[in-house]
Design a protein. Structure first.
Length: 239
């Protein structure tokens, strides 16, 4: 009876002879809760993920890069005074600041000083013209995750500046199309996509036989920028 109720609820499905969660993130959340609720397992997880003091002082744990389970654990530890200081230290470099932004966007209640440290680092990276364009855009996108309006403004400015390479500007335009709620930013994205379409027609289309996949890939990028007729038209014009 209990099994049938769970199945009807849509959270689990029957695979083989057992029940499995449909949403693995929920499963990882419950697993993290179970770990935090067991003092010994929690200590073991902390040592495993955060590492010894010399290593933990250097950089955010690599294990956290693509693991909701680790994210949930880190969120639960963020209230510890010592761990909050560690998060603030991690936030003083790009990868750590980006990780803090991701935790915040997922609903983690992080200390204000950690968020301030992340914002300072991210904005410094965005404005540093010596940095790689991809890193600068990563930093701007992380500012958006932190709810900082400067992030979208910087992405828009990056996309509109002709001195940046077209590939980076197109990447910025994709970000604007995905996240911008301001008409001006959307128009910037349209302009960059239109410029890119013209560039491909001029330089890539004549060499289509040599690079048969290039235009198809570019058409997908353009079409994904926004689901309206303008983008579809731009995509068709590169075919």
């Amino acid at each position: 009876m209990c099994e049938e109720v769970l199945l009807r609820g849509g959270l689990v499905v029957r695979r083989g002879g057992s029940l499995e969660f449909v949403h693995q993130t929920l499963l990882e959340h419950l697993a993290a809760q179970a770990t935090v609720g067991d003092p010994e397992r929690n200590r073991t997880a902390y040592r495993s993920i955060v590492g010894g003091w010399p290593r933990r002082r250097r950089v955010a744990p690599l294990a956290a890069a693509e693991s909701p389970y680790v994210d949930f654990l880190v969120s639960s530890w963020s209230g510890r005074p010592g761990f909050a200081r560690l998060l603030a230290h991690w936030a003083k470099e790009l990868n750590g600041a980006q990780y803090v932004a991701r935790l915040s966007s997922e609903g983690a209640a992080l200390p204000r000083r950690v968020l301030r440290a992340a914002r300072r680092e991210l904005f410094a990276v965005v404005r540093d013209e010596r940095r790689d364009p991809f890193d600068r855009l990563r930093a701007a996108r992380a500012l958006v995750d932190l709810g900082d309006d400067r992030g979208t403004a910087e992405i828009s400015a990056f996309a509109a500046l002709p001195t940046h390479d077209l590939g980076s500007r197109l990447h910025a335009a994709e970000m604007l199309a995905d996240h911008a709620g301001i008409e001006h930013d959307r128009l910037v994205a349209v302009d960059v996509a239109r410029e890119a379409a013209g560039w491909f027609r001029q330089y890539v289309q004549p060499a289509r036989t040599a690079q048969p996949g290039s235009l198809a890939s570019f058409s997908v990028v353009i079409a994904n920028l926004a689901p309206d007729e303008l983008w579809r038209g731009l995509a068709r014009r590169t075919e």
